[in-house]
Design a protein. Structure first.
Lengths: 443, 132
């Protein structure tokens, strides 16, 4: 449905039609990926100065430590692309799309633990109950594809090691918005959407005939009762029927040429992997699905970062770069906003003792990084800066709400005007906060 | 249940939102529990007295708490005929195996499958699933 002329969606000219959010759940360390800090090398194992910490609360996990010892990254950083973007050696493939990336180094959140932090990222509030970003976008813009849900979710776990924190369906829920705006999870197994397949013995023709009967009977009911909601129900039955064809078509990769597998990597051949989901994300983008939400778990590297980070990066680096290149070569990157990042970053001090090779980091929300590409984003730059410790922001802070305001803006929505009345007041994704960040957008 | 707007209990919900989504359709049509329930309804109707029309009328009344109109009965008769034509002995057997409750072995499989599919239709009517 097109937005009403006076709606918040009509005043701003949209740059993006779709969003692909590649959410890295657990909080990947910005210090080992995006924000190099040679000072930490020089100050290895020294105490975190109070002048830097400035009273930042620490979690219960390090509260018992005698010291907060500074921990450099063991990974080498180098520059990539014409823009000279700094990336760690763990992201070589992202390096090949460096000029498409805008790395925001000054993202920040008040949340200190995972669930409130992810909830804040997805819904604009640390406490659950509010609609997710995808739900807001579906509410504001509607679907661009009549045969598929407008908000699709895929989750994956690390190829090795514990996945750690789970993900709750409310993270892609509709909150107080009508239920039809909730995300639909695409699954790895035989039924990509729950109960998509007809029961054994029911042919396609039989199912079609039954739905035709439902249309007739429900229409007669509608005439009798004058209940407009019946029209919606009829429409949703039809959508379900179309999904029974469109979803298998979406996940049928048999026509993909070898070049696809070369680009995304062999892992993409396995259902349920992040690589596979990135490929599906491209196919969803081709079909104009509005909000495509991926989650990759297992980034909560309190310990064993040296073991776990390479695994996580191997899972996500090539597919993410592949997705960006793939979208670009199909002319989709310009109007598809790609987001890569987690709910917070990690501390510049070690959890446990500092060690040149083997270490862990605790949660850090006061300053961390996120990478953006496509959809009106100005690539080939970093935005914002942190101090020598990657602890505090020194330049251009971007709060989660600012990021959300910017995402909505890129899709043509004024974040202050897309509201919904609930419990006596107007609510919006950014609640009473958020400023659009002009600096990350193309002029 | 989240597909059916169950309140998530994160905040006070005075009025439950009423929406219709394709996911709900898929559950009502394809979820094994509902397929089994439809078979239960079909079995009950086959065990009841009277001809096709009498049984269809009973089924409609059980589902919607009112008598079907002549038009509605015609649609149901056509649906039953479609089921009888659509199932083979083999596909009926597969359809009747869904769920955990065994199908009534005394009833002819194709006939029971047709009535079960009819039961599924009745259980999917808006009049059945919506409360005014």
């Amino acid at each position: 449905m097109p937005p009403h002329p006076e709606s918040p969606a009509s005043r701003i000219s949209p740059k993006a039609k779709r969003v692909i959010c590649l959410f890295q759940s657990g909080g990947p360390s910005h210090l080992d990926l995006f924000d190099p800090k040679p000072e930490l090398d020089k100050r290895f194992d020294q105490d975190l100065p109070d002048s830097v910490r400035r009273g930042q609360r620490i979690t219960g996990m390090v509260a018992g430590q005698a010291r907060l010892a500074l921990q450099p990254s063991r990974y080498k950083f180098s520059q990539h692309g014409q823009s000279g973007l700094w990336l760690s050696e763990l992201l070589p493939n992202l390096g090949t799309v460096a000029d498409d990336l805008c790395v925001v180094r000054s993202l920040h959140t008040e949340a200190i633990n995972h669930d409130p932090a992810i909830t804040l990222f997805q819904t604009g509030h640390q406490l659950p109950g509010r609609p997710s970003m995808g739900a807001w976008l579906d509410y504001g813009l509607g679907s661009a594809n009549a045969d598929l849900p407008a908000f699709v979710v895929m989750t994956s776990v690390p190829s090795k090691g514990a996945p750690d924190q789970g993900l709750l369906a409310r993270l892609w829920g509709s909150g107080f918005l009508p239920g039809r705006h909730q995300g639909v999870a695409l699954r790895g197994g035989a039924d990509p959407v729950l109960y998509l397949g007809d029961p054994p013995g029911i042919t396609r023709e039989h199912r079609r005939g039954m739905l035709d009967d439902l249309v007739v009977l429900n229409t007669q009911e509608r005439e009798r009762s004058n209940d407009a909601e019946i029209d919606t129900r009829i429409a949703q039955h039809e959508m379900a029927f179309r999904m029974q064809t469109s979803v298998p078509d979406l996940v049928d990769l048999s026509n993909e040429p070898q070049s696809t597998w070369d680009l995304y990597g062999e892992e993409a051949k396995k259902p349920g992997t992040f690589a596979r989901h990135c490929l599906l994300a491209r196919r969803l983008a081709e079909r104009d699905v509005r909000f495509i939400q991926l989650y990759h778990r297992g980034w909560d590297h309190h310990g064993g970062l040296h073991d776990r980070m390479p695994v996580g990066c191997k899972d996500v680096d090539q597919p993410t770069a592949a997705l960006i290149k793939d979208l670009k070569s199909r002319g989709l990157l310009d109007d598809t906003l790609v987001i890569f990042g987690g709910e917070f970053g990690r501390t510049c001090y070690a959890q446990g003792g500092a060690n040149r090779e083997k270490y862990g980091r605790d949660h850090h929300g006061r300053a961390f990084s996120i990478a953006l590409a496509g959809g009106g984003i100005k690539g080939g730059q970093t935005y914002g800066a942190t101090d020598d410790f990657g602890f505090n922001i020194t330049e251009n802070p971007v709060h989660i709400h600012d990021l959300q305001a910017t995402i909505l803006h890129l899709l043509g929505i004024d974040h202050e005007r897309l509201t919904y009345r609930h419990q006596g007041r107007q609510y919006r994704l950014t609640d009473v906060h958020g400023t659009v960040v002009e600096g990350v957008m193309r002029g | 249940m989240t597909a059916f707007d169950v309140p998530d209990r994160e905040s006070c919900t005075a009025r439950r939102s009423r929406t219709n989504t394709p996911l709900q359709s898929l559950v009502l049509l394809n979820e094994p529990g509902f397929v089994e329930a439809a078979r239960g309804l079909g079995t009950r109707l086959l065990h009841s007295d009277g001809d096709d029309r009498a049984r269809l009328t009973l089924g409609f009344r059980l589902a919607t708490a009112r008598q079907p109109t002549a038009k509605e009965l015609t649609v149901l008769e056509a649906a039953l005929a479609r089921g009888r034509a659509s199932f083979t002995a083999e596909s009926a057997k597969r359809y009747l195996a869904v769920g955990t409750v065994p199908a009534d072995a005394a009833l002819p499989p194709v006939e029971l499958a047709a009535w079960s599919a009819l039961g599924s239709l009745l259980l999917n009517l808006d009049a059945t699933i919506s409360r005014d």
